[in-house]
Design a protein around this ligand. Structure first.
Ligand code: HEC
Ligand code: HEC
Length: 390
């Protein structure tokens, strides 16, 4: 009896030891994900960390019908889509947009797939729609740094590209920031449709149907106000928790989410980065910007290694939907940091491999893509190893 207890005890201790060793050794091996996806940026005060944690909770929190969900919605929490490899990340979920050529249809281009009352107010893709497109969830890591890059720096990059020998000609998106009413340079979303993290407040409305001070009115399904009235059980302003820039603490959470750290940098990765610059990928996927002013010291005057010029380009993959300042076939160069944690690529999430993503580039990127195709197999392997280190 006694020996059985002690043998069980030994087995339990052994298991505990395994778990401890496992949790400590995981982050250091090879391309395994670093623990810091989802962590706050370094150097912020304890009281702000507390707001960050509260914001993370709201980001995860499931909104019920009684809490303002719907009438139309795509998910019940931000975390349902922004979950991988940590809260605030991406996922394989795509949102649906539709339009009829250059015409926006009633109720906007964003489809709300579900409804709190499907008989009375379910939005559908109308028969007039000529384009229906998926939009992959973009990760939010490092978004506060991206928000702190000055408009002037992005416009300077636009100016610089007019000299490109490869006929690359990015365009800064000019959009109106809902929080301030000011004309700013867009940088968030596949179409650079927003300049600030007010993006989050719009997501509360578009993805969950939760109205807030920046977006105070529920969207009528397919523009049908009768259907909206039949279903909307709440006075508007379902969330009043607002700090003027987005939805309160969720905004703090997004602004202070750390950027993805670099994976393991080997000699091959260095060679791959050289090839990436040499063939011209780095023109659009600009390795670095520097932030300007910010309310948070941790975001101020920092180098941002995002690998994007934040400009709009036509690389031949566009979905034909005009949005904010972006023309039908233009897309923002997506930042490449954090690529190693992603399963799907490109705005529609239709590509499974990095080589496949590069291969789809045409239009403004045609010459660069041609050079990529002419690389030796060793150089190609180096370049892909570099992308997987991001
Ligand atoms: C149904 C899935 C879904 C839900 C739920 C969702 N998002 Fe998103 N999110 C997306 C997609 C898709 C994009 C890219 C949209 C685009 O550019 O068209 C995105 C983009 C973003 C971006 C821009 C990031 C960048 O740099 O481009 C922010 C910020 C964001 N979401 C915040 C939120 C917040 C806050 C919530 C909760 C209120 C939320 N999202 C809920 C799918 C979702
Ligand atoms: C003319 C500008 C331009 C050039 C040059 C360019 N890209 Fe891109 N890149 C883009 C745009 C715009 C997209 C988004 C396209 C889409 O989603 O349909 C993109 C998407 C990507 C993606 C997918 C990212 C994601 O989040 O899914 C990868 C990977 C990528 N590019 C790597 C490269 C590499 C490697 C090169 C060089 C061989 C390169 N790009 C050259 C503009 C460019």
């Amino acid at each position: 009896m006694g020996t059985r207890v002690s043998r069980n005890l030994t087995a339990i201790l052994f298991l505990v030891l395994l778990v401890i060793i496992g949790s400590h050794s995981a982050p250091s091996c090879g391309t395994t994900l670093h623990v810091d996806f989802g962590d706050p940026i370094e150097g912020i005060d304890a009281d702000i960390i507390e707001s960050f944690e509260q914001g993370r909770e709201s980001f995860r929190q499931v909104v019920e019908i009684g809490g303002g969900l719907g009438p139309g919605f795509n998910a019940r929490s931000c975390a349902e889509c922004h979950s991988s490899p940590a809260l605030g990340g991406s996922s394989t979920v795509t949102a649906i947009r539709f339009s009829a050529g250059h015409k926006e249809l009633p109720g906007g281009s964003s489809l709300q797939r579900f409804s709190i009352n499907p008989e009375a107010c379910q939005e559908i893709v109308p028969i007039e729609a000529t384009v229906v497109a998926g939009r992959l969830t973009t990760p939010i890591f490092g978004a506060g740094l991206i928000a702190s890059i000055s408009d002037a720096d992005i416009e300077e990059e636009e100016e610089r590209q007019t000299q490109s020998k490869d006929a690359i000609n990015g365009r800064a998106a000019h959009v109106i920031d809902v929080a301030t009413g000011l004309r700013r340079v867009g940088r968030f979303g596949w179409k650079a449709q927003q300049a600030t993290l007010s993006f989050g407040a719009e997501a509360f409305l578009n993805e969950m149907g939760v109205t807030n001070p920046l977006f105070p009115k529920d969207t009528a399904p397919n523009g049908d106000n009768h259907a909206l009235q039949a279903c909307d059980q709440f006075d508007d302003l379902e969330s009043t928790d607002d700090d003027g820039e987005g939805i309160g603490k969720v905004n703090i959470f997004m602004r202070l989410l750390a950027p993805p750290s670099r994976g393991t940098v080997t000699a091959q990765v260095h060679r791959g980065e050289d090839a990436f610059r040499a063939i011209g990928c780095a023109v659009c996927h600009r390795p670095e910007y520097r932030t300007g002013r910010s309310e948070f010291a941790a975001l101020r005057y920092k180098n941002v290694r995002l690998f994007s010029d934040l400009l709009l380009h036509d690389v031949g993959t566009g979905d034909g939907i005009r949005q904010a300042d972006a023309r039908a076939f233009e897309l923002r160069t997506p930042p490449l940091w954090g690529l190693r944690a992603r399963q799907l690529f490109m705005h529609d999430g239709a590509t499974f491999t990095l080589a496949g993503a590069i291969d789809r580039h045409a239009g403004e990127a045609a010459r660069v893509t041609q050079r990529f195709r002419s690389l030796s197999s060793a150089d190609t392997a180096d370049l892909l190893a570099f992308l997987k280190s991001l």
